[in-house]
Design a protein around this ligand. Structure first.
Ligand SMILES: *Cc1c(COP(=O)(O)O)cnc(C)c1O
Length: 224
């Protein structure tokens, strides 16, 4: 694709996000985080040139490499992957805008220790395993609110901003929808939560319809 063709293509994706969000409400604003894990720094720069500012990675070493390569650009970096305890310091050195995948009280305690030592704070989302899938990380929906409050109480250097979830792995739209609704129902009861991160390339319109205000789009923004 030429840059012009790419721009037309991206405009169409943005239009799809727009249609979905105004169906919820004119005031329902949705932020797009471009997940660049399958993409090169050159491809990220192409999307930046069209106007995209927020990017996300799911591996600490990739986040480190790409944010360093592109440090001249005013980008916002999100970390959406599972965080191993031995990678916490590496992640904090990059100081991401938002960590989407805080998935246990254990990890929260470990993060808190390191944040305190570095005299830093980190904005984060609690990941919820809404469809209760073995293959997925995240806290179970039944304990999500309780865990959220516990982290708020016990981890003052972690600033929880809301929740993140990955839609159910299913071909059945009703099943995926139910997983989004489960996440949204938890989100809307949380005090002070402002971010509900759900929706990926294959299900973002449905996620927005269910209340998502942050979509994480990978393959659909970086067509090969
Ligand atoms: C890869 C990834 C995405 C984007 O996936 P696509 O289906 O390519 O849009 C979103 N969220 C997380 C946590 C991911 O790992």
């Amino acid at each position: 694709m030429t840059q012009t063709e790419y721009k037309i293509y991206i405009d169409d994706i943005i239009r799809r996000v727009e249609f979905a969000r105004v169906r919820v409400s004119e005031y329902h604003i949705v932020k797009i985080v471009a997940i660049s894990k399958y993409s090169t720094s050159e491809e990220i720069e192409k999307l930046y040139n069209i106007g995209q500012r927020a990017f996300g990675e799911n591996k600490v070493q990739d986040l480190k490499a790409k944010s360093a390569e592109l440090e001249e650009l005013p980008l916002e970096w999100h970390f959406v992957g599972n965080l191993q305890k031995n990678k916490i310091n590496n992640l904090l050195d990059i100081n991401p805008t938002l960590f989407h995948a805080l998935d246990s009280i254990d990890l929260a305690h470990e993060l808190q220790k390191k944040l305190e030592a570095k005299n830093m704070t980190l904005d984060a989302l609690l990941q919820i395993n809404s469809a209760k899938e073995e293959s997925k990380h995240g806290v179970m929906p039944e304990v999500a609110s309780e865990t959220y409050e516990q982290i708020q109480k016990e981890c003052p250097n972690i600033h929880l901003r809301g929740v993140m979830s990955i839609g159910a792995h299913s071909d059945d739209r009703a099943v995926i929808k139910k997983s989004f609704e489960t996440t949204y129902d938890i989100y809307k009861e949380l005090e002070g939560a402002t971010i509900c991160s759900m929706g990926m390339s294959g299900d973002f319109e449905l996620a927005i319809e269910c209340g998502s205000n942050m979509v994480r789009l990978g393959s659909v923004l970086f067509p090969k």
